[in-house]
Ligand binder design. Structure first.
Ligand SMILES: *Cc1c(COP(=O)(O)O)cnc(C)c1O
Length: 359
């Protein structure tokens, strides 16, 4: 068996220890004689797994008591609709900040349910910056303010929380949740799909302040109603049981790494190394404003795009997979989530240096 370094934006690498434990427990989970996949979601074994999952997420993120933690399906994409349906509470308008491809999709979906006020946009500079917080035009009568703390495709990350309004901040943390400690109290609602930084695809975490729950539009499907999911412990319908278990293993792995303080240090070190190498090179460049470069997704272009094919082919031959940039941006992108070991980043830099030397 040989494992490569996988720089995919998602689904992405998982910690090897997690995969090994899942393999170990595949046929017989803790002497039950069953795979987790075969267990009733109402049975005591699975309920223990579910409780541990929830407790570990609360511990890692230090989630206060007045927040509900939900594990849902439908990905972040379902949340694009669930958010206006659940938390507008009769308001007609919501504020959105447009900083890349994912906030654009969130806006397009929200427009089906409400008027969207674009409070700020970086579209005119091809999504390589974050508009100065002081310039945001917020409708203070609106239901909430939505932004995307890490734009996975454009490689743009908020390193500060915009304290610009008393409205609830609603954030799509799909690609940077669990990459650093958060002050949950600063947010009204945090949501994230699992397949970037928490596990395999199939689980959507929603952390929502209690007072925002219970006001869903009457036409909201039950499985998409936070209040109904909350009162049934996210088991209004059969949950993605095996994926909950795998996310749980990732959380336990994260705790063993020293939690979010330790993982943030590592993420800073990994990303700084790669940015520094790119900035010092004459072949590669990254277009994003230095103040808001993502620690998770690092796009870069080659000076001559005619070399792209050869770069990717040789990278792959060196065990460095999935470096092709998103089609809307072009060039390359290295996604280096929590599970990417530092050796993977070192191997990438070494390869890039050698490629530069020979081209
Ligand atoms: C991947 C991603 C999504 C889409 O997630 P799905 O699970 O496919 O719905 C949304 N937002 C961000 C920031 C992402 O990185």
């Amino acid at each position: 068996m040989s494992r490569i370094f996988n720089f995919s934006a998602g689904p992405s690498m998982l910690p090897e220890e997690v995969l090994l434990q899942a393999r170990e427990e595949m046929l017989d989970w803790q002497k039950t004689g069953m795979s987790v996949m075969e267990m009733s979601h109402r049975g005591k074994h699975f309920l223990a797994i579910a409780e541990q999952l929830s407790a570990d997420l609360i511990e890692l993120l230090n989630i206060p008591d007045n927040y509900k933690v939900l594990f849902l399906q439908g990905g972040a994409t379902a949340q694009f609709a669930m958010i206006p349906l659940n938390i507008l509470a009769g308001k007609k308008t919501a504020n959105y900040v447009l900083t890349g491809a994912w906030s654009k999709k969130a806006i397009k979906e929200a427009e089906k349910y409400c008027d969207v006020n674009i409070a700020a946009s970086s579209e005119s500079d091809n999504f390589t910056s974050i508009p100065d917080f002081n310039s945001w035009q917020i409708d203070q009568q609106a239901g909430y303010l939505h932004y995307t703390p890490n734009e996975t495709i454009h490689g743009v990350e908020f390193h500060q929380v915009p304290e610009v309004t008393d409205l609830p901040l609603v954030v799509d943390m799909s690609s940077n949740i669990l990459s650093k400690p958060l002050d949950i109290n600063q947010y009204g609602l945090i949501y994230a799909g699992s397949q970037k930084n928490m596990g395999p695809a199939g689980v959507t975490v929603v952390i929502v302040r209690e007072d925002l729950v219970g006001n869903a539009d009457a036409a909201t499907p039950s499985v998409f109603d936070y209040a109904e999911q909350s009162s049934s412990d996210s088991m209004l319908n059969t949950p993605a049981t095996y994926n909950w278990y795998l996310v749980g293993l990732v959380l336990q792995w994260l705790k063993k790494q020293g939690g979010l303080v330790a993982i943030e240090k590592l993420n800073i070190r990994k990303s700084n190394k790669l940015y520094q190498f790119i900035d010092e090179s004459s072949l590669y460049s990254n277009p994003v404003d230095k103040a808001c470069r993502s620690r998770m997704n690092i796009p870069f272009i080659l000076k001559d795009s005619a070399l792209d094919g050869e770069f990717l082919q040789q990278a792959q031959a060196n065990g460095l997979e999935a470096l092709k940039g998103h089609r809307s941006v072009g060039g390359m992108r290295a996604s280096i989530y929590n599970a990417m070991p530092e050796q993977g980043v070192d191997a990438l830099i070494q390869f890039m240096a050698e490629f530069e030397r020979t081209h």
